[in-house]
Design a protein around this ligand. Sequence first.
Ligand SMILES: C[S@@+](CC[C@H](N)C(=O)[O-])C[C@H]1O[C@@H](n2cnc3c(N)ncnc32)[C@H](O)[C@@H]1O
Length: 224
Amino acid sequence: MAKIKICYLNVYESHLFPLTTLLNEHNESLEIYQTKIGSVGSWCWESAICLAEYCYDHMFNQFKNKRIVEIGSGTGVVGVQLCALGGNVTLTDREEYLELINYNIKKNQQVLTGQAQAKTLFWGDELNENDDCFQNLDFVIVANCVYHSIELDELIKTICNLCPENSQTCLLCCYELRSDGIRRLVNEFHQKLIEKKFSIQYIENKDFREKYQNDYNAIVKCQR
Ligand SMILES: C[S@@+](CC[C@H](N)C(=O)[O-])C[C@H]1O[C@@H](n2cnc3c(N)ncnc32)[C@H](O)[C@@H]1O
């Protein structure tokens, strides 16, 4: 499939505005910068913040020294949070987003307790077998990446490559189910995951912070 190149993102300081609700494992603040220009990955999606805060509230000790890959990272909000809880995280997206992800890693370097790096990973592309960071993962993070039917099979392929059958890799996904179209697409995504032998567990939204307890934020934990 042809790779669609979205508008190139320059991280100009004057276009940036920070999100500062997140904390590291020593309760020091993180600053995730978003941009006013660019496309869907340029700002932090609500359910991504909901997932980041859910991980802080309910999975605080589960990321320390763990091997984590985030796909479709955008600003890197979830990946940076997990790195601030001690995880070793590779944050990935289209090449256009690496500058923004690297900016957020650099801005938070002092409060990150794990290792963070940014890499290009285009869904559907083969993983570089020599690249150790994509092997033997504890967690794979997919925040708000199910919004485009034409990319679903490529997304599933990348997830399956990162989470081999019978591995212990935990796949954490979040969505904003704001329309019937997105609900249908997420159902289709889950059906495809089930065909690939994933089990899917919905997190009850009473476990989300109160402001995210609505009818559209959703988090699932999957295992293959
Ligand atoms: C809706 S944004 C979500 C960003 C971030 N995860 C969040 O929730 O705030 C979806 C992200 O997926 C990335 N993406 C879309 N299609 C992609 C592809 N084919 N390969 C790699 N990344 C892709 C976009 O660049 C964007 O950053």
